[in-house]
Design a protein around this ligand. Structure first.
Ligand SMILES: Cc1cc2nc3c(=O)[nH]c(=O)nc-3n(C[C@H](O)[C@H](O)[C@H](O)COP(=O)(O)O)c2cc1C
Length: 375
């Protein structure tokens, strides 16, 4: 559990729909669009409706339900230039970038955006993509060893004069990146991944750890383990939780939307995705990590977003969000079915209740008992 003095208001991020097909692998009608025009308007709406961050996805070719994709770093920069307060987190794969080249790009983007860019380092699950690009596909824990070196090279490039680095994957020989980024000590580093290797890496080098969708127990277990790993290194790592949010005026409407999403799932795409993500934490000796125990229904939302149960009335969802905060969640990463409409509904109907409940909790009233949500 977080120290009382360290609990801040919950922050919010949204998944940028920069790949086609929306955030669910379903044939349900979705008004979400992956175009720049749609996303530019969405980013402005999001910053006006209480969102602190936007997270782009990195995908280089069609996967399961994402036939078209816009590249993450360039798209992130475009969104930054269209907004004034929103921070944008660009997802990147170690293995497909030289980290110092990326450090240079991000430093420039930091200047162009007055200090609002961040990165999400993802170790990857899509072997076919690496193979198609002619790059070797490393075994799971080796991908994390490379990801950690990647992060250390980013940090060294951003902070050191004439940076030196001698690793198994990357080397720097007096690299002098100038100008340094605007943000001090450097742009924030998020990471995706929930395996044992991911948790240990977060404790050593990342600023933020993202969890796939989880119930309270799944969150508590990770908060404790990542917190201990960070403390062992004299650090504090912030915790982000994914959730697919369906807020409707009545609980029945929200549950009906979830039912329809799952009923109209594309079974071939979901099964293909399930087979491909066996490359993630489930492939390690302890079998721990993202998607290790996901059901078919869970995978209709790529990142297990239904498992966080942010589905119901604004009041039910707000209670649940504040409950997650009390368990150590610093940031909720949200996906939606119809982004434009639902981001506005979130800002006007859900967020004010969250803020009121947080104020109650911080005044010592304690976090109220959660309103039960079925499913
Ligand atoms: C919030 C979040 C965002 C992610 N975004 C991407 C992405 O854009 N592209 C990608 O290939 N993988 C992405 N991943 C998945 C990671 O590449 C990795 O396969 C996954 O985290 C499995 O890690 P694990 O084996 O440590 O559990 C993301 C993961 C999380 C948690």
């Amino acid at each position: 559990m977080p120290e009382a003095h360290d609990v801040r208001p919950l922050q919010f991020a949204y998944w940028v729909p920069n790949v086609s097909g929306g955030l669910v692998v379903s044939d349900i009608e979705q008004r979400t669009d992956w175009s720049y025009e749609y996303n530019r308007k969405l980013a402005v709406l999001a910053e006006d409706n209480g969102f602190d961050y936007a997270l782009t996805q990195v995908r280089y070719m069609a996967s399961y339900g994402a036939a078209y994709q816009h590249e993450s770093t360039s798209f992130s920069l475009a969104l930054l230039l269209a907004t004034t307060r929103l921070k944008v987190i660009a997802a990147v794969h170690p293995g497909l970038w030289h980290p110092a080249v990326l450090a240079k790009l991000i430093a420039t983007a930091d200047h162009l955006s007055a200090g609002r860019i961040a990165v999400n380092v993802v170790s990857g699950w899509f072997k076919g993509e690496f193979t198609a690009l002619g790059e070797p596909w490393l075994e799971h824990d080796e991908r994390y060893r490379r990801a950690e070196e990647f992060i250390r090279v980013l940090q060294a490039s951003w902070t050191a004069e004439r940076a030196e680095f001698a690793g198994d994957f990357y080397r720097l020989r007096g690299y002098d990146l100038k100008p340094k980024p605007v943000q001090s000590p450097h742009p924030e580093i998020f990471q995706g991944g929930n395996s044992t290797a991911a948790r240990a890496m977060a404790g050593r080098v990342s600023d933020w750890y993202f969890s796939n969708g989880k119930d309270f127990d799944g969150v508590a277990e990770q908060v404790a383990e990542v917190g201990a790993a960070a403390a062992a290194n004299g650090r504090r790592v912030r915790f982000g939780l994914n959730g697919f949010l369906i807020a409707r005026d009545t609980e029945a409407e929200a549950r009906e939307t979830l039912r329809e999403i799952v009923a109209k799932a594309d079974p071939e795409a979901v099964r293909g995705f399930r087979d491909a993500v066996r490359q993630a934490g489930g492939s390690t000796t302890d079998g721990k990590g993202m998607w290790a125990d996901s059901s078919f229904d869970d995978l209709v939302q790529y990142n297990d977003g239904f498992r966080s149960k942010l589905i119901g009335t604004p009041e039910q969802i707000a209670h649940r969000l504040v409950d997650y905060r009390a368990r150590g969640v610093d940031l909720a990463l949200l996906g939606f079915l119809h982004y434009h409409e639902e981001v506005e509904y979130f800002g006007s109907h859900v967020l004010p209740i969250v803020r009121a409940l947080e104020a109650d909790a911080d005044r010592g009233a304690g976090v109220p008992e959660p309103i039960p949500v079925k499913g």
